[in-house]
Design a protein around this ligand. Structure first.
Ligand code: GLA
Length: 740
């Protein structure tokens, strides 16, 4: 009966859609965890399986922390009318959203593809990403005019899993699918709102196409359309049409920039819209200034390394008065090194001078048993390079950080998974693979720049990427890391799931992390300890007690609004656990060029979503770990990462995370108490439209007459009441700070 009803529902959907050229596959999916080849067959009865929504990970739908195999099945009808009405009558296109991580797709029991364009021929090599499959109309697996069964076997290697994203459909491949508008070229910003971009129109087949490209801008606030221009196009695979486009935008805000290519024979149009970047962070002043947190933790007797973060016209000369014995400053580089003195608090006056003047700031060096007093500011290789990370790529990022970011307090260069060999040395020591020929030399080079270096491992026998983990070699590994000069360890649960019992209890969840903590203590080096186990057992409640400096609160992030906002705006229950030396980690940043593998793309977050991302992570005192290729840092991304007033909110000495004070479906307000007695206020627009957000000062416990500052623009803006009328961009933010 139940099955009959399902079939009737599917038929109804079909009847409603007979005129449409697209078969939508968003509903009526069935799901099970586990694996069996019988699940691909049409005759298998899945009526007892769970109903599941594609678009959300399986973690969000009753399978918290489940890694491994899962199967999705859906029935649909395939009318031949869609073939007859199409212009090209060759093939169907199946869109399966984003798969996390690998997938094999079966139609009526027959295989039609594996991993789309996101990995190799083994489902376990699948990488998170968009999935598109092409099926010839003559493929015997297709049941035209009849019911079809689509079965998808998914493998999740860690973090969130399943069929996520949007666009689940089948339709005929059209001329426009045979062409791609490549908007991946840099948006080069010259000035705050003038930019140029190079785009390409690339045919995916061997045909030559002609037509017209139109380029238009729309202001999403006023809906006014600007500057439509037309260019004629001829493009082929060997000579793709390339066009460089320059524009001065009327105001410093984001405009919808739409490229439309109309192909002349079919009359069909292909469109791509991106949102233009705009700079809010003022230019760095030439006057000297010392930046960075006002306190720093270190352990007595261990190596000490700290680079004074300072901006101003070069050359700068650095000074440090009242430096405790054992530490020395290099006046030219601002790097302080030596052995950490005995326990106590040392107030050191850091200074910097150039031809325009001088500036100073007190740094409290707190020597005791707590390090990482403020959230880590650094880079991690994963969101950029995935397993394709190499020594060279790490060094490129280190040099860029030293040149462009360390002046603002950025200091860690962290190697994620993919550095380890597949077998240990004969004496059991961990060794790096051929991409990292000399780990000690690499660490020395990073230290010479005044930066710290981080590494990655798992308490299990294998990491999530299938490399060697630390299981039963914890002592040796901690010693090796210390000998190399490692300053940060990300320790990722991964295959420890095979060692721990099913449904581990709290003691079992803590155990592997306590083991490594003990070994790190013995290794006598200041190593930031970063737990990665995706929030299991409410890690925020016990991470600090086992000596972690940070703990991941979620599965893996990706560069979509759904992922970033889904994580960032749902941290309200964990924020109260942040304190100096112990922070929630909602995962790494997805700004700049990301890719999780050798091929990078511009983040899919719009510029306003990126302002939201950095603001929200800063408000929540989250570690800020840049996840892009720093060799390709563009001006917009730099503007996101070098705003000293935004970073000061993240690095505030109180170490508190913001509280969520208003939560509605379309906007949220978060408030963070700061050590100077002021408050940071993040007003976030979660809707798709410009929106004025009402501000209830009583609810926020803020005095009516308080003056405010716009933090991104670094401008005083007067009384807060006036701000209620400020129009916040879609998915954007207004980040304020009260003025003393
Ligand atoms: C897991 C983690 C990621 C990354 C990869 C490496 O998925 O959550 O951050 O470290 O493993 O394989």
């Amino acid at each position: 009966m139940r099955k009959f009803l399902t079939v009737m529902l599917v038929f109804t959907a079909f009847i409603l859609n007979t005129h449409a050229q697209t078969i939508h596959l968003s509903n009526s999916w069935k799901f099970t965890t586990g694996d069996s080849s019988i699940y691909k067959t049409s005759t298998f009865d899945d009526s007892n399986w769970q109903n599941i929504a594609v678009g959300e990970s399986w973690e969000m739908q009753g399978h918290a922390n489940y890694d491994g195999f899962g199967w999705y099945r859906v029935h649909f009808l395939l009318p031949s009318a869609i073939k007859q009405k199409s212009f090209l009558k060759d093939s169907l296109m199946l869109s399966l959203g984003d798969v996390d991580d690998g997938d094999e797709v079966y139609l009526n029991g027959q295989p039609i593809g594996i991993n789309g364009n996101g990995g190799g021929d083994d489902i376990k090599q699948g990488r998170y990403g968009r999935r598109i499959y092409k099926i010839s109309v003559n493929n015997p697996a297709l049941n035209w005019e009849k019911e079809n069964l689509l079965a998808v076997r998914v493998y999740d290697s860690g973090g969130a899993g399943g069929i996520t994203g949007s666009d689940f459909s089948i339709r005929m491949i059209d001329v426009t699918d045979e062409l791609k508008i490549d908007t991946g070229g840099d948006m080069v910003l010259t000035g705050s709102n003038n930019f140029s971009q190079t785009i390409k129109i690339i045919p995916l087949s061997n045909k030559t196409y002609r037509g017209q490209l139109s380029i238009s801008f729309k202001d999403p606030e006023t809906r006014r359309k600007y500057a439509e221009r037309f260019v004629s196009v001829q493009t082929s695979k060997s000579k793709p049409f390339t066009f460089t486009f320059k524009e001065n935008m009327p105001m410093a805000k984001s405009y919808a920039l739409t490229y439309t290519f109309r192909e002349s024979t079919s009359g069909k149009a292909l469109t791509s819209t991106i949102f233009t970047p705009y700079i809010l962070t003022p230019k760095v002043s030439l006057q000297p200034k010392v930046n960075g947190a006002s306190d720093y933790g270190a352990t007595s007797g261990n190596d000490f390394l700290y680079k004074i973060p300072a901006t101003g016209k070069q050359p700068l000369t650095y000074g440090a008065t009242d430096l405790p014995t054992g530490l020395t400053l290099d006046e030219k580089t601002g790097i302080i090194t030596g052995k950490t003195p005995k326990d106590g608090e040392y107030a050191v006056k850091l200074s910097v001078k150039n031809e325009l003047g001088s500036a100073a700031k007190t740094l409290k060096i707190k020597v005791g048993n707590l390090i990482g007093l403020t959230p880590t500011l650094g880079w991690n290789s994963w969101n950029a390079w995935g397993l394709s990370v190499s020594s060279e790529k790490v060094m490129i990022s280190a040099k860029q950080m030293a040149d462009k970011l360390s002046r603002h307090g950025w200091s860690y260069i962290n190697i994620d998974d993919g550095w380890e060999a597949e077998t240990r040395a004969a004496n059991g020591e961990i060794v790096a693979n051929e991409k990292f020929p000399d780990m000690k030399a690499l660490a020395d080079s990073v230290h010479a720049l005044g930066l710290k270096i981080g590494i990655y491992s798992s308490p299990g026998p294998k990491t999530c990427g299938g490399y060697l983990g630390s299981y039963q070699h914890e002592m040796q590994d901690a010693q090796t890391y210390a000998a190399w000069g490692i300053d940060y360890l990300k320790y990722d649960w991964c295959s420890y799931g095979d060692i721990a019992p099913n449904n581990p209890n709290l003691a079992e969840l803590k155990k592997p992390y306590e083991v490594m903590r003990r070994e790190l203590n013995i290794a006598k080096r200041d190593i930031i300890y970063s737990l990665c186990q995706y929030g299991m057992g409410d890690v925020w409640k016990w991470g600090a007690s086992i000596g972690a400096n940070s703990w991941r609160t979620t599965g893996d992030i990706n560069d979509s609004w759904q992922s970033m906002s889904g994580i960032g705006f749902n941290q309200e229950n964990v924020v109260k656990y942040a304190e100096p030396g112990h922070f929630n980690d909602p995962d790494m940043l997805v700004v700049g060029k990301v890719g999780w593998g050798p091929n990078l793309h511009n983040t899919r977050l719009t510029p306003d979503e990126q302002y939201t991302h950095i603001s929200l992570w800063s408000m929540q005192a989250a570690p800020l770990l840049i996840g892009c290729d720093m060799g390709q840092l563009d001006n917009f991304t730099l503007n996101l990462l070098t705003n000293d007033e935004v970073l000061a909110i993240n690095q505030d000495e109180l170490g508190l995370a913001a509280r969520q004070v208003v939560k509605t479906p379309t906007y949220q307000i978060w408030i963070k108490d700061l050590s100077d007695g002021t408050k940071a206020i993040g007003i976030f627009n979660l809707s798709e439209h410009y929106q004025t957000v009402p501000i209830d000062l009583d609810k926020m416990n803020i005095a009516k007459d308080v003056d405010c500052r716009d933090v991104w623009r670094q401008k005083d803006i007067g009384k807060l009441t006036g701000v209620a009328n400020s129009n916040i961009p879609p998915h954007g933010v207004l980040l304020l700070k009260t003025v003393k």
